[in-house]
Design a protein around this ligand. Structure first.
Ligand SMILES: O=C(O)[C@H](O)COP(=O)(O)O
Length: 204
């Protein structure tokens, strides 16, 4: 059986708008972010996608994104699994700092390394590799078996926890994933075969 996996990054948050490192902090969506979530919900409905299972992180910007998508899809009374394994990477000591102020303080190159290297964590935080070390095992244990059984799974999460999944699913190198950005509210849709491998990347 071939399953369908829909990965959606949360809509714009209040701290995305203010250009603050967010990580495990817990801001709300902005009105724009709510609109992004609703637009993606409409697009999934228009594509005829009716998920069987729903997952999100322990953070409200992703949880609210999922709720708004379901509202637009006309889906109610479903079980939503929330797990911190899907949380954004922890930005540690940078959390709450303005990204431009950080660049001014530590330099463009150092901030880029903290944001987009594979295995160099920000001070007190997680690298992408660290994030993958919690996100990928969760995906393999909880989500992949459902996909291999032919289910459709909708996941609302975060830029870096999703990049960790995209890297594994698409078989990207650390260099390739570093160049990959996922916009707020952006869906990525995969068909996953019974063998657990990527069968097709779907364009909505
Ligand atoms: O946690 C954050 O600051 C953002 O959601 C992701 O930030 P990044 O794109 O700088 O990793």
């Amino acid at each position: 059986m071939t399953g369908t996996l829909i990965l959606v990054r949360h809509g714009q948050s209040e701290w995305n708008l203010e250009n603050l490192f967010t990580g495990w902090r817990n801001p709300n969506l902005t009105e724009k972010g709510e609109g992004e979530a609703r637009a993606t919900g409409k697009a999934l409905k228009a594509a005829g996608i009716v998920p069987d299972l729903y997952y999100t992180s322990g953070l409200r910007r992703a949880q609210h994104t999922l709720d708004l998508m379901l509202e637009e899809m006309g889906i109610q009374n479903v079980t939503i699994t929330r797990n911190v394994a899907l949380n954004e990477r922890d930005y540690g000591d940078l959390s709450g700092l303005n990204k431009d102020d950080a660049r001014a303080k530590w330099g463009e190159d150092q901030v880029l390394i903290w944001r987009r290297s594979y295995d160099v964590p920000p001070p007190g935080g997680e690298s992408l590799k660290d994030t993958a070390a919690r996100t990928l095992p969760y995906y393999e244990a909880e989500i992949l078996p459902q996909l291999k059984a032919g289910k459709t799974v909708l996941v609302a999460a975060h830029g870096n926890s999703l990049r960790a999944l995209v890297m594994a699913i698409e078989g990207l190198t650390p260099e390739q994933i570093l160049a990959r950005e996922i916009a707020t509210g952006e869906p990525t849709v995969y068909r996953i075969g019974a063998d657990g491998a990527l069968a097709e990347t779907v364009t909505l």
